[in-house]
Design a protein around this ligand. Structure first.
Ligand code: SF4
Length: 228
C-alpha cells in the first residue's frame, strides 16, 4: 500500500522543486547531451542523444552532476577541437579515443580509471553486437560492462521512453528511507520496495524530483529545513 505520508510529502517536494532549480535539471544525465549540443552548436540526433546519455550515466556513478558535466564537457571540447568531431561525443569518436586520454579527460570523476576502461569496452560491444544502438531491454543493457540495474533502468527511460523500473541513486535511496517509504539498506532493495506500491505513472518523474530535492534542500549533510 502507498505509505500514509506519501502524497503530502511528495506534493511538498514537487512544490519545492518548482521553486528551486537543481543541477539535475540542466546537467543531469538525461539533459546533459542537450545542454552540450547547445553549447557546442551541433544538431543532436536521437541516436547520438541516446549514446551520449549512456556515456554520461556511466560517468555519473558516485559523482556529482556538476563534476559529471565537467567531464562530459572536457571530452566534448577535446573531440570537437582536437579530433575534428563536430558532433562531439559519438560512438565513432569514442572508439577512436585512447583509453589513457579518456582517463585524463575524466580525471575528476570517481573511479575514472575503471570507468574509462568500461566505456571503451562498452562502446565496442555496442558497435559490434548492437549495431551502434543502445539496446532496448534491460538484460542486454546490463550485459554491458559498467552498467548495473540502476543505470540501466534510467537509460531505458531516457533513451527509449521504456519505463521498466525506478532509478534509485543515493538521494532517492536516502530520502525514501528517511520518510519511511521503504526500509532498505541498499538501493536495489529500495527500488524493489518502491516499485511494489508507487503508481507507475510517477516512475519517470520520481527520480529527478527526489534527486533535485536532495541536491538543493535535503542533502545527506546540511539540510535546509528552514526552506522546506
Ligand atoms: S530539509 Fe529538513 S524538513 Fe525538509 S525533508 Fe529534509 S529533514 Fe525534513
Amino acid at each position: 500500500p502507498i505509505p500514509a505520508n506519501f502524497h503530502e510529502i511528495y506534493e511538498a517536494v514537487k512544490e519545492s522543486r518548482s521553486r528551486t532549480p537543481a543541477p539535475v535539471d540542466t546537467v543531469g544525465c538525461a539533459i546533459l547531451p542537450v545542454t552540450l549540443s547547445k553549447e557546442y552548436n551541433y544538431k543532436l540526433s536521437p541516436q547520438n542523444y541516446r549514446f551520449q546519455t549512456m556515456i554520461s550515466l556511466m560517468l555519473s556513478a558516485q559523482t556529482k552532476d556538476e563534476i559529471n558535466y565537467y567531464a562530459m564537457n572536457n571530452i566534448t571540447k577535446y573531440l570537437v577541437n582536437e579530433k575534428n568531431s563536430p558532433d562531439g561525443i559519438t560512438i565513432e569518436s569514442m572508439i577512436d579515443l585512447d583509453e589513457s586520454k579518456l582517463d585524463e579527460l575524466i580525471f575528476k570523476v570517481g573511479f575514472h580509471k575503471r570507468k574509462a576502461s568500461f566505456i571503451k569496452k562498452t562502446c565496442e560491444i555496442v558497435r559490434d553486437k548492437f549495431g551502434s544502438e543502445i539496446p532496448k531491454n534491460i538484460t542486454d543493457i546490463t550485459s554491458l560492462p559498467g552498467i548495473g540495474p540502476k543505470m540501466g533502468y534510467l537509460l531505458l527511460q531516457s533513451a527509449w521512453g521504456i519505463i521498466d523500473g525506478i532509478g534509485v541513486d543515493v538521494h532517492v535511496h536516502r530520502l525514501a528511507n528517511q520518510w519511511n517509504w521503504v526500509k532498505s539498506k541498499n538501493p536495489e532493495g529500495t527500488r524493489e520496495q518502491l516499485e511494489s506500491w508507487l503508481p507507475k505513472n510517477l516512475w519517470t518523474e520520481f527520480n529527478p524530483n527526489l534527486v533535485g530535492f536532495g541536491q538543493t534542500i535535503c542533502g545527506s549533510r546540511g539540510k535546509k529545513c528552514n526552506l522546506c
